[in-house]
Design a binder for this molecule. Structure first.
Ligand code: ZN
Length: 272
């Protein structure tokens, strides 16, 4: 039983509308934001102290040579992992680093990176202990996530025999992370924007190699190590080119050299 004084104190301390339990009591929602804005101020001050030309140079624009396609996992900090400063890495992230042919967001990023920023490399980067990959290994619906995770389940189906031969769940998860990266690399290769750019840049004496090149990487949060997956594109393209090539190499490459533009019809892919 409350005394009258204590009841009066509670009435002052808690607004009436919260007593009924319809809403939670107010919290200092701005506190976290204030903290990160203060962090930003300290970072700006430290950066200016170390290099007064840093931000003026950053304001001149970006010139990234790499497009990073990675998972949204908060343990991955692409610029730090790769040792690249601001302005040197164009980034696209989603759950489990997927490359989905109908994803307008990804296709917009890829087109901008390849056609306008002229990036030379696409880095598809997965990571062990990936929550998205783990979720796709379980027979449990997760609502709106299910459609997205189906893309990983499709990777499991494509590599069913290899994955089922691995008894240990953790080892199977690690292998699925790697196979998922390989399949997403192939998905990048399947896009018209990448195939067209590689056709345009192949055989040009002023260009060292046909680009963009596509690389599959896996990060291990337990060690901080990033490793490159061995992907034999020559073999993959030989096997899959008849299905996914959008350009006719000989005919379209000849036409490109002669007229500096590709025919309007859809062509077949380039070789490395
Ligand atoms: Zn992940």
């Amino acid at each position: 039983m409350y005394t009258f004084g204590r009841l009066l104190w509670r009435a002052r301390a808690v607004p009436r509308r919260y007593i009924a339990g319809r809403r939670p009591p107010p919290v200092d929602a701005d506190h976290d934001l204030e903290e990160i804005l203060a962090n930003n101020k300290r970072w700006v001050a430290a950066t200016n102290a170390a290099d007064p030309t840093f931000f003026p140079k950053l304001a001149e624009g970006q010139n990234p040579q790499f497009l990073y396609v990675g998972c949204s996992d908060s343990r991955l900090v692409p610029n730090d992992m790769l040792g690249l400063g601001l302005g040197n890495l164009f980034v696209h992230r989603n759950v489990a680093n997927l490359v989905v042919a109908s994803d307008l967001n990804f296709l917009s990023v890829l087109t901008y990176a390849v056609d306008h920023l002229n990036v030379k490399h696409v880095l598809v980067t997965g990571h062990y202990d990936c929550g998205g990959v783990r979720a796709a290994m379980k027979n449990r619906g997760l609502g709106v996530l299910d459609g997205w995770l189906t893309n990983i389940r499709d990777v499991s189906r494509l590599h069913k025999a290899e994955l089922e031969a691995i008894d240990d769940f953790e080892q199977r998860h690690r292998r699925l992370v790697e196979l998922n990266v390989v399949e997403q690399c192939l998905n990048v290769y399947k896009t018209a924007v990448v195939q067209r750019k590689r056709l345009e840049t192949h055989g040009d004496p002023d260009i060292a190699f046909a680009y963009p090149r596509i690389h599959g990487l896996v990060f291990d949060p337990a060690e901080g190590v990033l490793k490159k997956l061995p992907i034999d594109y020559t073999k993959q393209i030989a096997e899959l080119g008849a299905i996914y090539d959008l350009f006719d190499w000989d005919q379209d490459h000849y036409m490109l050299r002669k007229t500096s533009r590709l025919p309007s019809r859809l062509p077949r892919a380039t070789k490395e």
